[in-house]
Design a protein around this ligand. Structure first.
Ligand SMILES: [Fe+2]
Ligand SMILES: [Fe+2]
Length: 195
């Protein structure tokens, strides 16, 4: 069987693009997540190059104003579920995954899913999806309450870190009286059922 050549991703071009689209703070966050995603990929065996790209690009649309994102969603015929539709914070994962496919030509399903589910998580996440989800919690620029626990647990195992991250996320949303996306609940239920 012929082996197809691995796609070469133009990291420096992506960085230039991000500098135009993101605030300085978000740009440095993206670099931090890239670095952490690469580290975790090496530690847990995910594809390092894919982790580097999704780490760098995961928040590519996060600084796009909500109105513009909604316009993008409508113009591209993206159908949102009833929890995502009124939650602008969830839109950048949807528009980001779409944009990197359509405008940057990234077609790898695992990479697209990693970006698509980096905010909510979901049941049945791949190694690459978990790598990005966790790197977004433990990148060096993060300083939220509880980040030290996350950094400790991500060294223990991915399952332990996923448990801590999902518990943190669900409890935080609950305390702030915010909706919890069913994908997050599914991820949590799957993890707890396995214990
Ligand atoms: Fe994000
Ligand atoms: Fe992020």
């Amino acid at each position: 069987m012929l082996k197809t050549a691995a796609m070469i991703y133009p990291i420096e071009e992506y960085k230039t693009l991000l500098m135009e689209r993101l605030t300085e703070k978000r740009y440095f966050h993206s670099l931090g997540v890239m670095k952490e995603a690469v580290r975790l990929a090496k530690k847990y065996g995910a594809d390092v190059e894919k982790a580097r790209v999704v780490g760098l690009l995961h928040d590519i649309t996060k600084d796009m104003p909500a109105g513009q994102q909604l316009k993008y969603i409508r113009e591209n015929g993206i159908i949102m579920d009833k929890i995502s539709a009124p939650s602008p914070k969830l839109w950048h994962a949807i528009t980001g995954a779409h944009l990197i496919r359509v405008q940057l030509g990234i077609t790898d399903e695992d990479m697209l899913n990693a970006v698509r589910y980096h905010t909510t998580a979901r049941a049945g996440m791949s190694l690459l999806e978990k790598t990005l989800y966790l790197a977004d919690y433990t990148s060096e620029d993060r300083d939220y309450n509880g980040v030290e626990d996350m950094r400790r647990d991500v060294e223990v195992s991915m399952e332990k870190a996923m448990h801590t991250a999902l518990q943190f996320s669900i409890c935080d949303l609950c305390e702030r009286d915010l909706t919890i996306h069913p994908d997050t609940i599914d991820a949590w239920n799957e993890l707890v059922a396995k214990q």
